[in-house]
Design a protein around this ligand. Structure first.
Ligand SMILES: NC(=O)c1ccc[n+]([C@@H]2O[C@H](COP(=O)([O-])OP(=O)(O)OC[C@H]3O[C@@H](n4cnc5c(N)ncnc54)[C@H](OP(=O)(O)O)[C@@H]3O)[C@@H](O)[C@H]2O)c1
Length: 264
């Protein structure tokens, strides 16, 4: 299938590792030019060079900005005003019990996981609507958006907000070829999750054993009983980003390994 992504420009927030990096790779593999984002100029440049070497037919751009900082978001908008695809992938997550979470920590989660995506959509959606050529905004939420994680109440709340926001924004696209959707990955083997597993099972050194215990004890409803590979999410998001997927609008799309035990 030709996904018709050649010549499109995609911004993937938080794309120096994990799911964001996998989305960037998959988009580049399908012919899209990709803007790599992360906080460190050095790491962004490294990922940019790696992807550029692997995908010489597209252009990989560097956007080393801390998007939790309003001034740096302005710098991003100035440098990359014209894009076709916005993947709001950036989010933070750590395990924490409700009683240990300060209000400042709730505010930090709200700011990074929710406000950043709102601000980017405020800047890019009007431009995508004006252009009206298969523009795409995709929020990367989580299965925790519809099945809050007991070890991450703060994170789960922000992910539920992503769903509501994407649905509201999709209303703004009525009658255009622009779409706004959410993809909800289940637990995926990224650097962030590796850290989470290490904090949950500090006495277990073997990574595969940590994964097995995590799936058995913490993700028992997963029917695939393994962590999802970032590339699986990357490929799916790339399809949803494509003009071929124009009939998804305001959808909350699950790719969660069966972890949510409900029909829809
Ligand atoms: N992994 C999972 O199991 C899972 C499951 C469901 C949903 N998700 C969602 O998938 C998305 C990606 O998760 P992940 O596991 O791939 O995360 P990750 O491995 O922790 O990677 C996070 C990325 O965001 C960047 N980043 C962090 N803070 C930033 C900031 N302030 N400004 C710009 N970039 C920043 C990091 O780059 P630097 O550190 O270089 O800045 C990195 O590239 C998130 O929305 C997450 O909620 C993940």
């Amino acid at each position: 299938m030709d996904l018709q992504l050649t010549g499109k420009v995609a911004l993937v927030t938080g794309s120096t590792k994990g799911i964001g990096r996998a989305i960037a790779m998959s988009l580049a593999g399908e012919g899209a030019d990709v803007i790599i984002n992360g906080r460190s100029a050095e790491i962004v440049a490294k990922v940019q060079a790696e992807l550029q070497a692997n995908y010489p037919n597209v252009t990989i751009y560097a956007a080393p900005f801390d998007l939790s900082d309003e001034t740096q978001r302005e710098q991003l908008y100035e440098k990359f005003a014209d894009i076709d695809i916005l993947i709001n992938n950036l989010a933070v997550f750590e395990d924490a019990r409700f009683e240990d979470l300060s209000l400042d920590e709730w505010r930090r989660y709200f700011e990074i996981n929710t406000i950043v995506g709102i601000d980017l959509a405020k800047f890019y959606l009007p431009k995508l609507l004006e252009k009206n050529v298969d523009g795409r905004i995709i929020f990367i939420a989580s299965e925790a958006a519809i099945m809050p994680s007991p070890e991450m109440p703060h994170y789960s709340m922000t992910k539920t907000m992503n769903l509501s926001l994407a649905k509201s924004l999709s209303r703004e696209t009525a009658g255009t070829t622009v779409t706004v959707n959410t993809v909800m990955p289940g637990s995926t083997l990224t650097e962030g999750v590796e850290k989470l597993l290490a904090s949950l099972y500090p006495d277990i050194a073997d990574v595969a054993e940590r994964e097995r215990l995590f799936m058995e004890n913490n993700r028992a409803t997963s029917t695939i009983q393994r962590l999802i590979k970032p590339q699986e999410i990357g490929d799916f998001v790339t399809y949803v980003s494509s003009p071929r997927a124009g009939a998804f609008s305001g959808e909350a799309l699950r790719m969660d390994g069966g972890i949510v035990p409900t029909i829809i």
